[in-house]
Design a protein around this ligand. Structure first.
Ligand code: HAM
Length: 414
């Protein structure tokens, strides 16, 4: 019987895993400098949490959630994103009682039953960050600047920072009416989902992926033309702070995000090297969500980075160092094999990567393995070395070699 990973899911191993680890390390370093602390939430949550936050008429909730009943008949969903679980955790643990802002980052797998294609998976990994308790645009600018620094540290260039404002509950009704006016004469051409969305949430028509709907929404009213005074001021201040911090943004008034919880600032970081699925990171403000989840009114903002898309960019943009063993110990005969094992353990105790030869392998095949592993050094131990308590070393990169006493091995590699 031969088994395969499920459609849209992938295994990650060497050499790609080293790129993943590098990205995670850089994220942790950069986010920590901005005061974000790691938060680990469960991978499954009550289905309600996602329906309520992402929105009933969104593609994610309508079509893409891995939802099932557990043995007690509870409705459970594999998280399609990380914001709702973090908000649930924030409210459940009364983290709003701690001094504001509270800032968290997280990483891990998310699940969406989408049609797999380049850059789109059913299990994909995000690194996300969420900041709670500050409504002023200063923190929006800090978050975007943090993302800029993150990409810079990874050496990724040529990314576009697209920003927009989708207003608040004050500006929405006017915008909604304008959309209803616009689509009411086009409703017959909309897909069945959008016909429903027309009644419940016409804004979602702007996010539909069906060709006919994309065509029909050409020339639709733009949300930025409907912003109230406060939202306009928030957005303009954000743009001037982005200039101050040298974050190279473009305003994209057509950007509507595929989740309902957003208010005011929304953004996407896109790359032209990624094809159709071009967003490597995306996020925005969600000033109402904490309250919707039963907490006190708490403005919040965050984003998530798509790991698979970043690693695709990194793989094509630069050469990545793959770790190699520092030492390979080749041995001839049982006493040498035992001595080699002891020396290997001493070096490993100091954090040095050591490989050893195994029973039955000739010296030649051990050396071939050392070469294939690109080990930096090879140590050779046989009966003569056991008697003299000295071993031979060879540096594979330049062929230099020499002898050292068993007792000096650690100092030699330090
Ligand atoms: P999102 O735009 O749905 O936002 O996803 C964020 C990023 O995750 C995308 O830009 C993309 O890089 C990656 N991504 C999404 N779906 C897939 C997929 N099927 N396969 C591969 N990568 C994917 C959110 O998830 C929000 N929670 C972001 C946020 C945090 N907003 C505020 N805080």
């Amino acid at each position: 019987m031969k088994y395969n990973a499920l459609k849209g899911m992938q295994d990650i191993f060497s050499p790609d895993i080293y790129i993943w680890q590098k990205v995670e390390e850089v994220a942790k370093d950069v986010f920590s400098a901005y005061g974000f602390q790691e938060l680990r939430a469960p991978i499954i949550e009550s289905t309600d949490i996602f329906v309520r936050s992402i929105g009933e008429t969104t593609d994610i909730v309508e079509k893409e959630m891995y939802t099932f009943s557990d043995k007690a008949g509870r409705h459970i969903t594999l998280r399609p994103e990380g914001t709702a679980p973090v908000v649930r955790c924030y409210v459940e643990n009364h983290l709003y009682n701690l001094p504001s802002p509270q800032k968290f980052f997280y990483s891990g797998p998310m699940f969406r039953y989408e049609r797999p294609q380049a850059g789109r998976f059913r299990q994909f990994f995000q690194i996300g960050a969420e900041a709670f308790g500050v409504g002023e645009p200063k923190i929006d600018a800090e978050i975007l600047s943090m993302l800029r620094l993150f990409f810079e540290r990874l050496g990724l260039k040529g990314l576009n920072f697209e920003v927009n404002s989708i207003g608040c509950e004050k500006c929405r009704p006017d915008y909604r009416n304008a959309l209803l006016d616009f689509f009411s004469v086009r409703i017959d051409g909309l897909c069945p989902d959008c016909k429903r969305r027309f009644d419940y949430n016409p804004l979602r028509i702007l996010d539909c992926k069906v060709d006919a709907c994309i065509k029909l929404r050409e020339g639709s009213p733009r949300v930025t033309d409907f912003l109230c005074g406060e939202c306009k001021e928030h957005f303009n201040t954000l743009l001037s702070l982005l200039k101050l911090l040298n974050v190279p943004y473009v305003v994209n008034p057509d950007m509507v995000r595929g989740l309902d919880y957003y208010t005011r600032t929304t953004f996407e970081v896109t790359s032209k090297d990624l094809g159709a699925q071009n967003a490597v990171a995306a996020g925005g403000r969600y000033d109402r969500l904490v309250e919707d989840f039963g907490g006190p009114p708490t403005p919040a903002i965050g984003f998530a980075i798509g790991m698979e898309r970043i690693t695709t960019l990194l793989k094509s943009s630069s050469n990545h160092k793959i770790p190699v063993p520092k030492v390979f110990i080749a041995t001839i005969g049982t006493p040498a094999e035992e001595e080699g094992l002891v020396i290997a353990d001493r070096l490993r105790d100091k954090g040095i990567w050591v490989e050893v030869g195994y029973a039955g392998n000739s010296l030649k095949s051990q050396l071939r393995r050392a070469d294939r592993l690109s080990s930096a050094y090879v140590l050779i131990i046989g009966d003569d070395e056991i008697n003299s308590e000295k071993l031979k070393w060879k540096k594979l990169s330049d062929g230099s070699q020499g002898e050292i006493a068993f007792t000096e091995v650690y100092d030699f590699f330090k």
